[in-house]
Design a protein around this ligand. Structure first.
Ligand code: FHN
Length: 426
């Protein structure tokens, strides 16, 4: 027993001081922009096009030859993200197609060596965001549809013609990923997070996370690790992520049960469009109210929102997606204090309201303020005053014995997107 304890103590992950500091920064940030962009964007059918359209490796391999996004302007993107009020971005350095968006030395299958564009997009984006004070995290796919050494244990992508299923070499694949992660964390300055995805393709494989995670933390101790494995966090991870669903919800089928929501910083990722990568059949565009509610409810759960854009093949972000980001930015300029640096999770948000807290102030976000009164259950604080966000209008309230807070909105105090009230507690 003693021996086991010692062994456990040696391997248990203890985040460094720099890492803990970065977790605090991350939690206070509340809003980031996710970017899905790669050679798949050329076909305008989402980032899964290779798998969905059953393209062979040689067919898909034609795409890099045409990837030449002449209108890509990293500085303009970075300014847009800054204006949106985003504190960080998470960029797809490599999605499931295995194509690297930086000048990787591991193979020629990358932006610099096999496209006419020849520019290191990761480098340009990192530099531009840094200049705007927007931090950078890297999305990195564990799943790979191209490499032969990935295949023998795999499932997804086995239908892709041109892969030699016999040639698998799992350890070589892990070594390859380590080399790539080392490049990403050595050549681009401070990177604040690695965002893994694709674990679910091989749930039973030995992903060697202990080694991979310690490599990341040894290269950059502050770098936060998250893994979209759709499970409760495992040893070595620094934040917990939720795909499309709010923490503890499971409308997508791969959501996380309420009891799997842990105490690490949280992040919900979601789209402005229907899909992540550029899709010309984009019929599920979210309105401003929808993206705002997403952000506000995420904050009400004590979680960040990582809101995705899918830039076009020419390097531009679609107008309506830019517009949503700017609308959020304008809103955050006015109401940011009710989102950034707040706590959440003390009252479960609904479609009608979400509550955030900073010190003795609670921000009550009313998402359907065309109603005249609201009942908020499980409200255990004692209220001393309740006013409109600008402090100019008093709002009537009373507290029932069973911890229900009753709000009565005066005529004229309405906001169809999100009416924010300020409540002081004793
Ligand atoms: O398969 C990916 C998908 O393309 C996208 O990257 C999302 C983002 O969370 N993650 C995966 C699905 O779980």
């Amino acid at each position: 027993v003693c021996f086991l304890n010692v062994a456990f103590a040696q391997t248990a992950y203890k985040p460094s001081a720099a890492n803990l500091e970065n977790r605090a920064w991350f939690e206070a940030s509340r809003f980031g922009v996710f970017i899905h962009w790669g050679v798949y964007s050329l076909l305008g059918d989402g980032e899964w096009v290779m798998n969905d359209q059953k393209l062979s490796l040689s067919e898909y391999g034609l795409l890099p030859k045409f990837f030449n996004p002449q209108d890509f302007d990293a500085k303009a993107w970075a300014k847009l993200f800054k204006d949106a009020g985003a504190k960080y971005i998470t960029f797809t350095t490599r999605h499931h197609d295995g194509f690297s968006m930086w000048n990787s030395q591991t193979s020629d299958y990358n932006i610099v060596k096999s496209t006419p564009f020849k520019r290191d997009i990761v480098k340009e984006l990192v530099e531009a965001c840094r200049a705007e004070g927007v931090r950078v995290m890297f999305y990195y796919s564990l799943l790979d549809w191209k490499r032969n050494d990935y295949t023998p244990l795999g499932r997804t992508g086995n239908g892709i013609a041109g892969r030699d299923l016999e040639q698998g070499d799992w350890n070589r694949y892990i070594e390859f990923m380590k080399t790539q992660l080392t490049e990403l964390l050595t050549n681009y300055g401070q990177i604040d997070g690695i965002w893994f995805d694709g674990h679910w393709d091989k749930k039973d494989a030995d992903w060697q996370y202990e080694e991979i995670y310690s490599l990341i933390h040894s290269l950059q101790p502050q770098c936060l690790i998250g893994n979209n494995h759709h499970m409760a966090p495992i040893e070595g991870e620094d934040f917990q992520m939720f795909e499309r669903d709010l923490p503890g919800h499971n409308t997508t089928g791969f959501g996380t049960a309420a009891d799997a929501v842990g105490s690490l910083p949280k992040e919900v990722c979601g789209t402005i469009a229907g899909s992540w990568g550029f899709n010309i059949k984009d019929r599920q565009q979210k309105s401003f109210k929808e993206v705002l509610s997403y952000l506000v409810k995420a904050a009400g759960y004590g979680s960040n929102l990582l809101l995705n854009v899918g830039p076009m093949p020419n390097g531009e972000i679609q107008d309506y997606q830019q517009e949503r980001l700017r609308q959020l930015g304008d809103w955050l300029k006015q109401y940011g204090e009710s989102i950034y640096g707040t706590e959440g999770g003390f009252v479960r948000p609904t479609d009608d309201y979400a509550l955030t807290k900073k010190g003795n102030t609670i921000y009550v976000h009313l998402l359907n303020a065309d109603k005249a009164s609201f009942l908020i259950p499980n409200f255990t604080f004692k209220v001393s005053s309740l006013v409109s966000f600008d402090g100019k209008t008093k709002v009537n309230f009373h507290q029932l014995d069973n911890d229900v807070l009753v709000l009565q909105l005066p005529e004229g105090l309405r906001d169809t997107n999100d009416l924010v009230l300020k409540l002081s507690i004793k």
